[in-house]
Design a protein. Sequence first.
Length: 169
Amino acid sequence: MRKQKGFTLVELLVVIAIVGILAGALLVAINPQSMIQKSNDAKRLSDIDSLTKAINLALTETEITLGVTGACGDCTSNTGSRLLDGTGWVKYTIPATKTGLSKFVPVLPIDPINDTVNGVTHVYTFGSSATDFEVNVVLQHPDNALKMSADGGNNAAAYESGTSLLILP
């Protein structure tokens, strides 16, 4: 009689179960949801930093002038456009012979989510007085709660950047 080579069904099931347990443990250890939140927050912080620098440079070089936004209905990245002509979600006026923010950034950034998720609105928000401005964003990852509350602004639930952190509520 010939001896057959191969694995029994029980052996295969044991190996599949072990691989499944290891994959599940790896998934729990990696925590992809947390990694996505951290990645989104890193992009948000980078965008806000770049935009703040661009607006500061544009103001210094008189490429733009700010106005009072007040209760602006489209001064958020999910309701306003990404245009750099002063009509996008960042509101300003471009003096004659100047180029505005387009000299410093290619397009206005938008939040990686740019929508409301689980009751939290993840958008960039802009506000300005005649001389100062503020850009806000809500960060996702719980590790960034201190960063939002310790930024020097008046909203502990948002990361605030700009020349005056008291413009937006």
